[in-house]
Each structure stands twice: as C-alpha cells, then as structure tokens.
Design a protein around this ligand. Structure first.
Ligand SMILES: C[S@@+](CC[C@H](N)C(=O)[O-])C[C@H]1O[C@@H](n2cnc3c(N)ncnc32)[C@H](O)[C@@H]1O
Length: 210
C-alpha cells in the first residue's frame, strides 16, 4: 500500500467513529477504546510507569486528548508533574480535542508524525506502532527520537491488545519490547498489564535517548 493510502485508510477507519463516540459523550470511544472509562483506566494506566520525573510530554496520535488528561493525573499520583501536548493526524479530531480541552488548545497540533516539524522538544513522547505502515516503524522511531525528543528524552511505545489477532493496523501480537527489538532497538524499560483471563492487554516499552 502506498504511504498516503495508509494514512487515508487510517482516517477512513477511525475518524467518523471517534467523532461520533465523542459527540455522544463516550470519551474512551473518542480515543479508540471501547468499554468506558473504567476499562480505559485498566488498559492505559500502565503507561504512567514510564514517567519517572517531571517534564513535557507529547502524545503522538492524541485523538480527543483523553490520554493527555488522564495520564497527567496518573503521573501525579506517582508525584510526577507532566505538561501534556498533543499531535493528531485528523484535523477534525484535533479540533474536537481543542474544543474539549480549551486550556490546552494552543498545544494540540494537527499533523502526521512522519512529516510534522515540532516547534519544541519534549522530555517524553508516546506513540503507537500502527501510526505508520509496518515497514516505516523503524523510520518513525528514529525520526521521533532525533527530531522530537530533548537530548535525554524518553520515547514510549504502547502496544494495545498485543494478544489479539492481527488486523490491518495491528502488529501481529507482538509485545512492545519484542516489537522494538525487531525494529533494531533494545528497550530501556517496559511495563505490561493483563486481562482477567491472562491475555496481554497493554504492553509499553521505552527507549531513552543517550
Ligand atoms: C488509538 S488513538 C490513540 C489515543 C491515545 N494516544 C492513546 O494512546 O490511547 C490513535 C490516534 O492516532 C492518530 N494517528 C494515526 N496515524 C497518525 C499519524 N501518522 N500521525 C499522527 N497521528 C496519527 C489517529 O487519527 C488516532 O486519533
């Protein structure tokens, strides 16, 4: 698939459903997660393990900004102060996030992780492997590490439902450390959470810029 087609396909798959969920007050659905806020917390809170000191954070693929909101609270529970920023491929979803989070409207940008030029550098950047086609995974990590992060910044990769069957935008059941390894990187740390039946639910791994 051509690169542009991949992004077009991404928007076709999720834009309307994220916007519709957000409109009806389903905030987790507006960020691509079914099952409401309690389930959201069980699946996403593990990401806070990667935040061990105060700093600025860019969520690449921020959708309606729910992770920006909730992760700051989870980090604060660990005595870590995080200043959130967001980047979103869909202009319409980014606009929705700005309207919802007016206090952060100036720091929610619309753009593609592979072409956008950040106006500043961040202590932390979070992203998902499926933001780009599989063959561009390594290039995305290098680009974000070299152009988005501060010199000692941390790049955090989350794999949601790595235990599930692969679809167009999934990465074939890989945990985040394994995925990084296959792309030529060795994780500096990782954290995971499992479903009640033991299935790996969310796997997070990070790389520290050295
Ligand atoms: C599943 S949501 C993630 C929400 C939140 N960051 C989280 O981790 O729960 C993925 C978002 O990434 C956006 N996205 C997809 N490809 C992207 C790209 N190439 N650059 C920037 N954002 C992208 C999508 O439009 C979508 O809103």
């Amino acid at each position: 698939m051509r690169e542009d087609d991949y992004y077009r396909q991404t928007l076709k798959l999720l834009e309307e459903s994220y916007l519709a969920a957000d409109e009806r007050g389903d905030l987790a659905g507006g960020s691509g997660s079914g099952g409401g806020l309690a389930r959201w917390q069980r699946k996403r809170k593990v990401i806070a393990a990667a935040f061990d000191h105060d700093g600025t954070w860019l969520d690449v693929g921020c959708a309606n900004g729910l992770l920006m909101e909730t992760l700051c609270e989870w980090a604060a529970d660990r005595n870590v102060r995080v200043e959130p920023y967001g980047l979103e491929l869909s202009q319409r979803i980014a606009e929705r996030a700005r309207r919802r989070l007016t206090r952060w409207a100036e720091r929610i940008w619309s753009g593609n992780v592979m072409t956008w030029m950040p106006p500043m550098r961040f202590d932390y950047v979070t992203l998902l492997p499926e933001l780009v086609a599989a063959e561009l995974g390594g290039a995305m990590l290098v680009r974000v590490r070299d152009q988005f992060l501060k010199p000692a910044g941390r790049l955090i990769v989350s794999c949601y439902r790595p235990g599930a069957a692969p679809g167009l935008h999934d990465r074939g059941g890989r945990s985040a450390p394994r995925l990084l390894f296959e792309l030529g990187f060795v994780a500096d740390g990782f954290a995971e959470v499992h479903d009640d039946d033991g299935t790996l639910w969310t796997s997070v791994a990070w790389l520290d810029r050295k």
